[in-house]
Design a protein around this ligand. Structure first.
Ligand SMILES: *Cc1c(COP(=O)(O)O)cnc(C)c1O
Length: 237
């Protein structure tokens, strides 16, 4: 069940987030309509997600294949796009390709090959982002910045993949000024990438704590969970 209180919280939260997004855009000389709000809805129920889909959310981001399958099958996004934003295991690719409008987290040649093969079988072209480990953290997804151009070139050779841009999750414990530098570095990478690959226009970065800073540095999709739905409860599901 979803309570009246929860519905009111979500409604107010989304309208406040949109306001902050629009303000950050204008301050950076950008158009608010050029930035999309992705609701990061891992662990949220079909009911919660369906309610939130009536609000000013542009698309939904899932971290777990099972949740993507469950919520798309249930029509929880009310026709809005579902993206895959989590770590992708090669053995689950078949369930994601064609179902996710955009896969944000591609970071290896092996994934490119598996996605390309799955997309070919379905007769479609899968849109993806390449994830960059901009903070160079151990045990974190994403390619190191210097590995990005070789991977982009390999992606360019796949007929059933279209790279649309880049994604990053800067270190959670970074100082704000450092986070801003990471976002700025991502924007530079996107601009350089455009000289190598046509059509790179998406920069997916910024979460509940730092989305305004991400927009100031050029984010075109911000991925927000906690600020919309409240704290996640991993214990009771
Ligand atoms: C959970 C998650 C988010 C949202 O994080 P919040 O801090 O809850 O806003 C964004 N991106 C990814 C990849 C996530 O896994």
């Amino acid at each position: 069940m979803i309570s009246q209180e929860q519905m009111q919280h979500m409604t107010e939260a989304v309208s406040q987030i949109r306001e902050t997004m629009a303000q950050a855009a204008r301050q950076a000389g950008r158009r608010p309509e050029d930035i999309q709000l992705c609701a990061a809805c891992k662990t949220r129920t079909v009911e919660e997600v369906r309610f939130s889909a009536e609000l000013a959310i542009d698309l939904f981001g899932e971290n777990h294949v099972q949740e993507l399958v469950e919520k798309t099958d249930a029509g929880a996004y009310l026709g809005k796009p579902g993206h895959f934003i989590g770590h992708l295991q090669t053995n689950k690719i078949n369930k994601v390709v064609g179902r996710a409008a955009l896969i944000h987290s591609v970071d290896s040649l092996r994934l490119l090959e598996k996605i390309d093969a799955a997309a070919e079988r379905l007769g479609l072209v899968q849109d993806i982002l390449l994830e960059v480990n901009i903070g160079r953290e151990r045990s974190k997804g994403g390619v190191m910045p210097e590995e990005l151009w070789p991977l982009l070139e390999q992606a360019g050779q796949k007929n059933h993949i279209r790279v649309r841009g880049l994604m990053a999750i800067p270190p959670a414990d970074a100082e704000q000024a450092q986070t801003v530098r990471y976002f700025a570095a991502m924007r530079e990478l996107l601009e350089k990438g455009r000289e190598r690959y046509a059509g790179l226009d998406i920069l997916s970065m910024g979460m509940s704590q730092d989305y305004a800073a991400a927009i100031a540095q050029g984010a075109t999709i911000v991925r927000i969970g906690t600020a919309i739905y409240g704290p996640r409860d991993y214990g009771t599901k």
